[in-house]
Design a binder for this molecule. Sequence first.
Ligand code: FAD
Length: 459
Amino acid sequence: MNPALIAQVRRLDGAPQVLVDPDELVAYGYDATMGYRGTPAAVVMAETEAHVVDALATARKQGTPCLARGGATSLSASAVPPDGALVIDTNRMRRITGFDEERRRATVEPGVVTRDFRDYAAARGLFYAPDPSSEAAATIGGNVATNAGGPYAYKYGVTRDAVTGLRVATPRHGLLSLTRGTDDGVIDLIIGSEGTLGIVTEVSLQLRPLPSHRSVRAASFPDGESALRVVAQIMESGITPAKLEFLDDITVESLERSRPWGFPRDAGGLLLVELDGEKAEVHEETDALDALLRSAGGGMDSVDPIRAERWWEARRGITASLARIRPAKIGEDICVPYSQLAPTFAAIKQAADDADVVVAIFGHAADGTLHPNMLYDPTDEEERDRAFSLLPIVADAGLAAGGILSGEHGLGRVKQPFIDRAYDPPTLDAMRRIKRAFDPDNIMNPGAMWPTGPMEAHP
Ligand SMILES: Cc1cc2nc3c(=O)[nH]c(=O)nc-3n(C[C@H](O)[C@H](O)[C@H](O)COP(=O)(O)OP(=O)(O)OC[C@H]3O[C@@H](n4cnc5c(N)ncnc54)[C@H](O)[C@@H]3O)c2cc1C
């Protein structure tokens, strides 16, 4: 309880709804990451930019930690509040405030659900490319804060590539209005900063024309390593996949146990590839892809549009389907160069065998992302500990392969403890300075992402 804070947020102009009942607050203590929770002091259900600005100013005055919350689909515990925090929920800010078909531009509030926006654009003949698999629940504000990617990321870019402007409430500098072309440095700091520098109140986005044609192939291989070696061949061949997804045998099994989707259950490693563009271009690339898959020895399947849609739906549901193998999981999302996908996969599977943990691995292979998910039964404490013990091992495997700690989920609270494995001390100090420049009192989502600890002296 923080009576002074609660009294102040209840007096905010425009009287946004404020939740303080412990029974209601329970739901705000979690995001989609299992094994992490916090207990907030209160939740402000912001409906306007002014609510966000005023709630943030109140938190700063009170010295209370605060964090923005969108769809709460974070898989790095970045939306799990520190105990006693003020949560500023942006889900009621879900208006599309501008849409210019001719210039292919849109302006939205942060709580707009990603798929709703994609559908809205598609109904007007336009394509919003960033497509996190959580798009049915995630928000554009959360996507900006995590720089979300998705299957389309390799060909069409991540959220950063679509953002042309932001409005952001910050604790130190007030409300910033930023435009691509003039404020790129600050925009690019805010994107991916996991709500630790400010709260996004408006996003301007660039859209594209919808691709007119597509083709989809499924290719199964005897094991995950051989499938991932073929990913490297595809990427080196000059083919530009719109989507290139990898699923290992455990992932395929979990999907088939959740619903009979029709995936080849005997696949040791499965690739789903989509090509899109103009008709001639798609035909040409499909012929080249078919030849490559045939020579690589994959069991190949041409997937008709209806089955393709079902399979992409299944792909988006992998996280939930893994519960068919074990009830809980902790997920990683390292990103490595193509040539390192197969050896990194093998190293992680070996570590999983050594630790006696079932690890399912899948990912947007075209951009080098692998999601090793350590599965466990939460009632079995030893198995849970063994699963969590693999987190640093997976992080190190990614770094040793020349990769990075996170392909798309961000560092949040799950991978923050590994940040000093990835960067040298001067870089970590530069990060601390950036954080301090925006948030001198460290009230914005403290504990997520940034290096902790004191500055080190460097010449
Ligand atoms: C099934 C599933 C599939 C997923 N697939 C993908 C995928 O393919 N690609 C991918 O990139 N991610 C994926 N994710 C992770 C997650 O969906 C993304 O990180 C997403 O962008 C989070 O959006 P959200 O609205 O749910 O944000 P939240 O989970 O609510 O918040 C995430 C972070 O953003 C901050 N935040 C939220 N709103 C704002 C705001 N307005 N201003 C400032 N900060 C804010 C929060 O404080 C927190 O730090 C997946 C998650 C699930 C559960």
